[in-house]
Write a protein that binds this ligand. Structure first.
Ligand SMILES: C[S@@+](CC[C@H](N)C(=O)[O-])C[C@H]1O[C@@H](n2cnc3c(N)ncnc32)[C@H](O)[C@@H]1O
Length: 115
């Protein structure tokens, strides 16, 4: 692991080239399951999304659901405890489990205040 990297492969560097050409934001969605989150992100313009889940069935279903409609989105069977990405592979990790908790009507507002 490089000193500037993390175990998740998150990058701390801005995604701009020296010529200021904006690079697509590289997003990792761990434990994607069959959630629609990535599809919604893709449809609003975030095209460089990698989704991982332990379940071959979930990943296979998502590939079938998205291969034609959302080309370029990646789906990989992978355990989040043993991820195989290079350092600085991603700019953002979207943890839907955490978002779900924050959006829970009963607990969400209290949790969000503590962020
Ligand atoms: C309750 S589902 C939630 C899926 C998705 N985040 C959603 O909100 O619909 C839990 C998912 O976690 C996946 N999972 C469990 N352990 C995992 C691990 N170690 N690495 C990757 N995925 C895992 C399961 O395969 C399953 O798809």
């Amino acid at each position: 692991m490089h000193s500037s990297g993390t175990r998740t492969g998150l990058s701390s560097k801005p995604r701009c080239s020296p010529t200021s050409q904006i690079q697509p934001l590289r997003i990792l969605v761990p434990v994607c399951g069959t959630s629609h989150l990535s599809e919604h992100l893709y449809d609003v313009g975030f095209k460089a999304i990698t989704n991982i889940d332990l379940s071959e069935i979930a990943i296979s279903d998502m590939l079938c659901r998205n291969a034609c409609q959302r080309p370029g989105m990646k789906w990989q069977v992978m355990d989040i405890t043993t991820m195989q990405f290079e350092d600085e592979s991603f700019d953002v990790v979207v943890d839907k489990g955490g978002l779900d908790a924050l959006m829970e009507p009963e607990f969400g507002p209290k949790m969000a205040i503590n962020i």
